[in-house]
Design a binder for this molecule. Structure first.
Ligand code: ADP
Length: 205
């Protein structure tokens, strides 16, 4: 079991998935909070039933799956509904993340989460790694990837913690302002560091 957990975070479109895949290619077990968040609202899951009860069955598509865009629209415009949804889903997400982390076998494991610093997921981590880049680049890359307008992406970025606040809480930072191949060397160096940190951590337990 991996006992040393690195939390990887960054704003939307900062490059978390891109960076996480590089660690994954080194054999590091990854737990992705975005994937977990989708799993807990799959058809048959109690959270989806609670959501349909509150918002009506219109929130479900014909195949019984959640209309995510519709739900996002509701909670984005009504803070009360957002609080309700978070109180329902966050404990379930945390529980499932913990289960998956407990199954990790690599020298250290990585929890990839856009809301690591905004939720108590950070308490699951021994080390916080932030993917950093200027907000203008983040905006541009996200809009291109998601085919969204700059305005839509700006609204999402506003709801997330700021670049400065993220960096203040970082134990390590990875610079993703350059070409993707500039990530390889940084990931190599960080991987070596994390291996040492994990060994030291496990020895003192
Ligand atoms: P996140 O998981 O943080 O939302 P992604 O890893 O999906 O971010 O990256 C956002 C988008 O930017 C993707 O389309 C990705 O391919 C692209 N991207 C990531 N890093 C770079 C880079 N260094 N240069 C150019 N595009 C990048």
């Amino acid at each position: 079991m991996s006992r040393y957990i690195v939390g990887l975070t960054g704003g939307i479109g900062s490059g978390k998935t891109t960076v996480a895949n590089l660690f994954g290619a080194k054999g590091i077990d990854l737990v992705d909070a975005d994937i977990v968040a989708r799993e807990i609202v799959e058809p048959g899951q109690p959270a989806l039933e609670a959501i349909a009860e509150r918002f009506g069955t219109d929130i479900l598509a014909n195949d019984g799956s959640l209309r995510r865009a519709q739900l996002r629209q509701i909670v984005f415009t009504d803070p009360q509904q957002r609080i309700w949804l978070e109180q329902l889903t966050h404990p379930l997400i945390r529980r499932r993340i913990l289960d998956q982390l407990n199954q990790a076998q690599s020298s250290y494991a990585m929890l990839v989460s856009p809301l690591l610093l905004e939720t108590n997921q950070r308490q699951l981590c021994n080390h916080i790694l932030v993917v950093d880049l200027p907000e203008s680049l983040q905006l541009e890359r996200t809009a291109r990837r998601d085919n969204n307008s700059l305005e839509q992406v700006k609204a999402i970025m506003k709801a997330q913690t700021s670049r400065a606040n993220r960096l203040k809480q970082a134990d390590s930072r990875i610079d993703n302002s350059q070409q993707p191949d500039s990530l390889n060397k940084q990931v190599d160096d960080l991987h070596q560091q994390f291996l040492s940190l994990a060994t030291a951590h496990n020895e003192t337990r």
